[in-house]
Design a binder for this molecule. Structure first.
Ligand SMILES: Nc1nc2c(ncn2[C@@H]2O[C@H](COP(=O)(O)OP(=O)(O)OP(=O)(O)O)[C@@H](O)[C@H]2O)c(=O)[nH]1
Ligand SMILES: [Mg+2]
Length: 483
């Protein structure tokens, strides 16, 4: 069989002028952010040979894409083909003759035509911000002569560049079976799927295989979302029940400054551990979505996790006051209801007056006092026993804590699913401005509140898990689809 195209496997060559974003389009479509695998570069002429990328599901070759060098002398090539052909419209035979006869002066054109002459379909990438000149018309003409199925993709590389998109569309419409836009730096799952479906429209011969591939891609996306939900459930469970402990020696109790230092260290440890859990969660989500250039940050010190100590966190994420009081009442007796002062356990063990107000009301008052953060400090200290006392810390009593954690993950998840793999810049994963939990439907908030309650007490309600799974699955879908 031929070099580029195999029978029964649909193949498409990505062609176009140098530097139009051909490799970027392919990298985004196939979710490859590695320059070793698909070279993307601002230097024109980076792709010098055809390179096949196979889409394989369970060892089954589903579809092939061939990255090609760009056209470099299309007008001259067009003239040469016409000259070789003589009168009338050249066809496949004339193109074959051209490939066989001309030398390296048309090296790029020869190489990009080879897969097409073997029957590969065409994905023609243009930047509609470029003026529509003769050389582009020559490319379109040559591609038309191949007679293979042709899809034109408008990949606009600069948002603010001038454009004559209508003129492009009109011209392309005459020479291609279908014209679509596909932004290599912005396209998300929806657009990738739409592009695959467009291939179905232009390539009748491989309908069965293409339909199967599309179904597999959709299944795989669903599976990834389920995996992401599992990761998030695991993270929430672990972090909501996270506790750190230290031993308080008798001498720590004699001086308040010593005791405070111990408390501070414990608090640092608590936030450090929480950050570790978070980073682990983000890393897993990044892996599920095959990102290597988008990072959860490498070192623990510089980790950009959820900053619970910042007032901003408590105002931009989590639930509003009214919502919180309902959620806290539902969580029933969970942490977040107790309002004793931070060192309550140590000093007098006395709660405040708010403690008597009951769940909902206390949470409402607490909501009003955001961003106050309280750490549960247990372990009454009896002096004179000669032994150290266990001091434990976590989770914060603020009822908004679980919602803030969840918003922290959801806003990152959104960035993870939105980032296109065709980009080659490194990026550190950051939380976005606004959270999502505030806009949850009431029933979702209530089931989550119940489940959070159990986790905070260190005894997650397993019976609720299927419902939580569904609620988060729905949430991730909304987060991914939000414009
Ligand atoms: N902003 C933006 N830049 C893009 C987009 N697509 C490609 N680029 C940039 O355009 C440049 C060329 O992209 P490539 O994908 O390497 O282009 P190519 O057509 O494969 O280039 P050759 O292989 O050299 O012919 C790179 O700097 C890309 O990052 C896009 O959608 N938006
Ligand atoms: Mg390239």
């Amino acid at each position: 069989m031929s070099e580029w195209v195999q029978q029964d496997v649909p193949a498409f060559a990505v062609v176009g002028r140098v530097n139009m974003g051909k490799s970027s389009v392919l990298a985004t479509l196939l979710e490859i952010d590695d320059n070793q695998l698909i070279r993307v570069s601002a230097t024109p002429g980076e792709t010098t040979n055809c390179q096949t990328h196979r889409v394989v599901f369970s060892d089954r070759d589903c579809i092939r894409f061939i990255d090609t060098p760009g056209f470099s002398r299309p007008v001259e090539a067009m003239r040469e083909i016409q000259r070789l052909h003589g009168e009338g419209t050249p066809g496949v035979e004339a193109l074959k003759e051209f490939v066989a006869k001309v030398g390296e002066e048309f090296g790029d054109e020869k190489r990009l035509l080879e897969p097409l002459l073997e029957g590969a379909g065409v994905l023609y990438v243009v930047d509609p911000a470029k003026p529509l000149r003769d050389d582009f018309l020559a490319e379109m003409e040559i591609l038309r002569w191949t007679g293979v199925p042709r899809l034109a993709l408008l990949n606009r590389r600069a948002a603010n560049a001038g454009t004559d998109e209508e003129a492009w569309r009109k011209r392309l419409g005459g020479a291609f079976n279908l014209v679509r836009t596909f932004d290599a730096h912005q396209a998300r799952y929806e657009e990738r799927l739409r592009l695959l479906k467009a291939l179905l429209e232009i390539e009748e011969r491989h309908r069965g295989r293409l339909e199967e591939t599309i179904a597999l891609v959709e299944e795989e996306w669903d599976r990834r979302r389920e995996e992401a939900v599992e990761v998030i459930i695991g993270f929430l469970e672990e972090s909501l029940s996270l506790k750190v402990t230290a031993t308080l020696e008798e001498r720590d109790l004699t001086l308040p400054s010593r005791r405070h230092r111990k408390e501070e260290l414990l608090q640092q440890e608590y936030f450090g551990d929480l950050a570790k859990l978070e980073r682990k969660c983000f890393e897993k989500l990044l892996k599920i979505h095959r990102h290597h250039l988008l990072k959860a940050d490498s070192s623990a010190e510089s980790f950009q996790g959820i900053d619970l100590e910042s007032a901003e966190t408590w105002t931009k994420w989590g639930l509003g006051r009214g919502q919180l009081s309902v959620a806290a009442a539902l969580a029933g007796g969970a942490a977040g209801l107790a309002v004793d002062v931070a060192t309550g356990g140590l000093s007098h063990g006395a709660g405040t007056i708010f403690g008597a107000l009951g769940g909902g009301a206390a949470a409402w008052l607490k909501g009003g006092s955001l961003p106050d953060l309280r750490i549960d400090l247990r372990g009454g200290v009896k002096l004179g026993t000669g032994e150290g006392k266990a001091l434990s810390m976590g989770p914060p009593k603020n009822p908004n804590f679980p919602w803030i954690l969840l918003d922290g993950v959801l806003t990152r998840y959104q960035r993870i699913v939105n980032r296109s793999h065709g980009r080659r810049d490194e990026e550190v994963l950051k939380g976005q401005e606004a959270g999502f939990t505030r806009d949850f439907p009431a029933d979702r908030r209530s089931v989550l509140a119940k489940w959070f309650g159990g986790c905070l007490k260190g005894s997650p309600n397993r019976a609720l898990e299927p419902e939580i799974f569904e609620a988060l699955l729905e949430t991730l879908q909304e987060v991914a689809e939000e414009k």
